[in-house]
Design a binder for this molecule. Sequence first.
Ligand code: NDP
Length: 249
Amino acid sequence: MDLGLKDKIALVTGGSRGIGRSIAEGLAREGAKVCFTYTSNEAAAQETVAAIEAAGGKASAKKFDVGDAAAAKAAVDELVKEEGALHILVNNAGVSIDGLLMRYKDEDLARIFQTNVFGAFYLARAAARPMMKSRWGRIVMLGSVVGETGNVGQTAYASTKSALDGMTKSLARELASRNITANVVAPGYIGTDMTSSISDEMKTAMLAAIPAGEMGRPEDIADTVAFLCSERARYVTGQVVNVNGGMYM
Ligand code: NDP
């Protein structure tokens, strides 16, 4: 199935590793020119650019913190200047800082919202103008199964992910007439650095709650994101698409 992504300009936040890297690779494989962001892991960013180019794709990386409003706007403006347009934004960058409510620190609450919610808002705001100019756009947010179900020890993280649902549905309404869609992809339990530190006991409990009986792979998320970014998904907007092996339905 041709997804119609050839020569589309895409920005993927947090694309140096994990799910974001897989999304960047997937969009590049479909012909999009992909710019991804990272904050700290320079080696991982360079490796991702090299892997995409080795597979015949086009990629570049920009280093900035998505929670910095000025940096986010400057990066989008720079990309539009370099490439002439911006068609696809995937707000994937995110952090998880877990802890029980009573012990949760104010600075952790500020940081998790700054990255997961404010970052997504800053980039969507900056990307909307060039997308309107192109009269074509795709915005995809990375939510989470816990944003739909809640989870013990994840009150802050789940709040940030539920916030993306409301943000996305509002964006979808605001931008639909300009041929711009906005959707959330809510992953279940996916094997990345983020989930590598979960205890064996917790992993066993999570696996027992997944009808598919296994954790997901980054590519499971990337394939869904690529479809939502495509021309084929033109009539899908304002949706939360759960990709979780049946963990929540
Ligand atoms: P990882 O921790 O493996 O990777 C996170 C990526 O985000 C890295 O590339 C990192 O860059 C980047 N990043 C982090 N903070 C910032 C920031 N402030 N500005 C710019 N980039 C940043 O995460 P995953 O791949 O596991 O998760 C990706 C998304 O999917 C997240 O939004 C997460 O909440 C969501 N998700 C993941 C699930 C899972 O099971 N893994 C389940 C549900 C949702 P650098 O390396 O430079 O720090």
